[in-house]
Design a protein around this ligand. Sequence first.
Ligand SMILES: NC(=O)c1ccc[n+]([C@@H]2O[C@H](COP(=O)([O-])OP(=O)(O)OC[C@H]3O[C@@H](n4cnc5c(N)ncnc54)[C@H](O)[C@@H]3O)[C@@H](O)[C@H]2O)c1
Ligand SMILES: [Zn+2]
Length: 471
Amino acid sequence: MSYCYTVSGVSLRPDTVGAGHSAARHSGSMLSNKCGFNLVQVGGTWVRQAEEKQQVEGRLSEAKIFENKCDHGVSWTVVSPIVFTYRVTQCKNLLDPSNGTLLWGHLEDEALESTIRSVRPVKRFVVIDQTVNRLYGARVAKYFQDRGVVCKILPLPTTEENKSLELVTKILEEVHAFDLDRRSEPIIAVGGGVCLDVVGLAASLYRRRTPYIRVPTTVLAYVDASVGAKTGVNFAGGKNKLGSYVPPVATFLDRAFFQTLPPRQVSNGMAEMLKMALMKHRGLFELLEADGSELLRSKMQSPGGGGGAEREDGAAASTRIAIETMLEELAPNLWEDDLDRLVDFGHLISPKLEMAVLPALLHGEAVNVDMSFMVYVAHQRGLLTAQEKQRVVRCMLGLALPVWHPGCTLDLVRAALEERRSHSAGSLRMPLPTGLGCAEIFHDALEDNVLCQVHQNWTDELNQLGTNQRV
Ligand SMILES: NC(=O)c1ccc[n+]([C@@H]2O[C@H](COP(=O)([O-])OP(=O)(O)OC[C@H]3O[C@@H](n4cnc5c(N)ncnc54)[C@H](O)[C@@H]3O)[C@@H](O)[C@H]2O)c1
Ligand SMILES: [Zn+2]
């Protein structure tokens, strides 16, 4: 990704911003004279040299400066590529003190590790969800104690209601008091998506960017919130209205945490896995279709704990594919510049629905109701056969997810789609399945009579199945 900004002398016009080195687009007295410069490091200082002239040898930066002179002044457009590198690691026994992943797994190589090892004492600051702390806090403390690490563990009530700047400030105050070295001591977040989002935002603010590590403990956070770059808190009544795009240095995934989750939380996360399956992986869909109920019952644990080198089981395969497919979609679009996103499937109606019926539906449940409706839209458009539609709905029910909800009224669907259109540069950009495990983005609007018809069919066929609510 590139970062581009313009510094101007006088009277900068909007059409000069970001124009870069393209031909002058101005008229009359605004006719401009543009040239591009490379940046070369010579003897510790950076010098610019015209693109076409290589005058001095030195380290060439990937950044460029474009100069634009016109009658009214001069502007410099800086294009500076920013590269983020982060690692997502699936592992077992993360809290076993003999496993070095939690402490050193974010580092690139052994050499770096030994450098860090020479810094004494090693310190870590851990923010942990309060419930997770009750269940795993003692093991986290023992892990660091056994490895001789000076550790501060901060348990916080990281609930959706508390997902605010106040929590961020609280973390920042404690981090500051702990006096960590921002270069070598990443902040560690252990918990569900709320905890990971809040800690990520705090880390992205502290000293402008402090490395952090995500350890997700819910299925939803494991397959979704922990693998991308987004951080955030709720603000002014809106979900994740404040946030940043700053990925963690590493994410460590261990399914063992799921053993203590209520079944509803497991289903909740499986909705996001089903999303990836429907959009781009038929094999994952078939796996969830065949084994979904069993995966739910076993809370995604591998038979026999998954030790040894036996064949990959359903829990291991389904989570691996969910992560791989998610990373494929996120990595090229980490800052979400491209508005055409398959990962938005299930997220057109659900934000409005989730807020409207709060707290009746968890995020993944609202996503599933949205996906169920969209499967009916796809069927109506001839993209899915009746049999494929039924298979998807049956799979959803196997995962104990709601396929219909009384709060998802025709008016709410209309309003949500209109909001989507206005926030997506005037196009609906609606991802729809075009088969089981493949999809396309559709830009055209849904005509109102079609929407009415689909909503009617959807309600007639699925409301009898109930909202499948379990607590
Ligand atoms: N950054 C992103 O890209 C992204 C993506 C998806 C969702 N999110 C965010 O994630 C949040 C939802 O995440 P979530 O579903 O994990 O919710 P959550 O963080 O509220 O966790 C759900 C509940 O499970 C409990 N819990 C967590 N781990 C547990 C465990 N191992 N055993 C028992 N209980 C446990 C928590 O205390 C909490 O009560 C939302 O705020 C959403 O905005 C962010
Ligand atoms: Zn989601």
